[in-house]
Design a protein around this ligand. Structure first.
Ligand code: HEM
Ligand code: FES
Length: 350
């Protein structure tokens, strides 16, 4: 794939994913507004607008929580992988929902002819030193700017232009946005409203994101334990049959780099565990139609040399492999991307 711009590619799966997401968002917002309307019927137009501010804000917070949970959930249980497939559209929709939350707030000021008050509130610098009257809207604006940056760079063009490593590092800012939103709500509405629902939503959201990351991290840590390294520095993986056919064992090099050691019948090959697309965990994928297939979005690579089949041009780093006394071993020194390195095992060695 080149760095040239290509319009977003739609397919049936993406349309179904987006359709379900938009339906769920609409249902949530309509349900939230209907319940609020029943419990606290608005007396004036600004009260009605306030319901929409809350509905869109709560929806954006829950969407952010979901986005940050999808990654660890997919690691813990493969059934969540379809959610990961189109996560970028989920992110862009979150930005749109958060913008609607902001837009209704502007509307709230406009219908009362006092938009300048918002500017005054944001530029009363001495309030930034207070806890109770902190201008919490500024935290919301900062979170919205981060979401804008994420949405604006979500296209594959930016992924290729910036390289997956930098792109991924940039998109870690989503955690910053989540922190800003937590403070935005804690210093804002939570200070006025004496309802338990808001602290429950914030605490529950934060606790589930943190717990899922810890659980997935604990599982990830597994391959790092007990690496047997031979005198020449090769890593012992195990007997050929210990590698699942058409699947992989993931081992960690002494520097922490993960290596996916695949077996396709009698062929064994070692590739970096990082997909060239978005750094997805290649070793959690399978060999499909003769190619190693990334579990995240289905990018494919040949086992023998880590190259994507033509017309694609992505190449993965490969590693040398050998069989030593019936044990598959891998040299953790990376070879240049696309270097042929897979080996054939004799039937006796299997
Ligand atoms: C990523 C962006 C944002 C998210 C996820 C977010 C989320 C939220 C949430 C969850 C609430 C509490 C809703 C409730 O009461 O149930 C809230 C309240 C509020 N937000 Fe945001 N917010 C964001 C950006 C902004 C921005 C940019 C502004 C304005 C500059 C803003 C202004 C407000 C106001 C005024 C309230 C209180 C509403 C009320 O009094 O009823 N928010 N926000
Ligand atoms: S990360 Fe997208 S296909 Fe691998």
């Amino acid at each position: 794939m080149s760095v040239g711009f290509r319009a977003v590619q739609w397919n049936r799966d993406k349309l179904v994913y987006d359709g379900i997401l938009i339906a769920a968002i609409s249902l949530f917002i309509a349900g939230f507004a209907a319940i609020h309307w029943q419990l606290h019927p608005p007396k004036k137009l600004p009260d009605a607008i306030d319901i929409w501010i809350r509905a869109f804000g709560t929806c954006a917070f829950l969407m952010l929580t979901a986005i940050l949970s999808i990654g660890p959930l997919a690691r813990l249980d493969r059934r969540f992988l379809p959610l990961l497939y189109n996560r970028r559209h989920f992110g862009v929709l979150t930005f749109i929902v958060a913008t609607m939350h902001f837009w209704f707030l502007v509307e709230w000021y406009l219908v009362q002819n006092n938009l300048p008050n918002l500017a005054t509130e944001l530029t009363t610098w001495k309030d930034y030193a207070k806890f109770i009257d902190f201008p919490f809207k500024a935290l919301g604006i900062a979170a919205l700017l981060v979401l804008f940056l994420m949405a604006a760079t979500s296209h594959d063009f930016w992924l290729m232009f910036l390289t997956p490593r930098i792109w991924k590092a940039l998109h870690m800012a989503l955690y910053v946005a989540y922190g800003l939103v937590m403070m935005h709500v804690a210093l804002g509405i939570m200070q006025d409203e004496r309802t338990l629902l808001i602290p429950l939503m914030l605490g529950g959201g934060f606790a589930s994101v943190a717990a899922l990351h810890l659980m997935a991290g604990w599982r990830e840590w597994g391959p790092d334990k007990g690496i047997a390294v031979s005198g020449e520095g090769w890593i012992a993986v195990g007997p050929p049959r210990s590698i699942p056919d058409k699947g992989a064992c993931i081992v960690a090099a002494p520097g922490g780099e993960r290596i996916a050691v695949f077996r396709d019948g009698e062929q064994i090959g070692a590739l970096t565990n990082l997909c060239a697309h978005q750094n997805g965990p290649i070793g959690e994928g399978h060999i499909i139609d003769g190619c190693v297939t990334c579990p995240w979005h289905g990018y494919q690579y040949r086992l023998e040399d880590g190259c994507a089949p033509p017309p694609f041009t992505e190449k993965l780093v490969t590693y040398r492999a050998r069989i030593n006394r019936g044990i598959v071993e891998v040299d953790p020194r990376p070879l240049p991307p696309g270097t042929p390195a897979a080996i054939q095992c004799s039937r006796d060695a299997m």
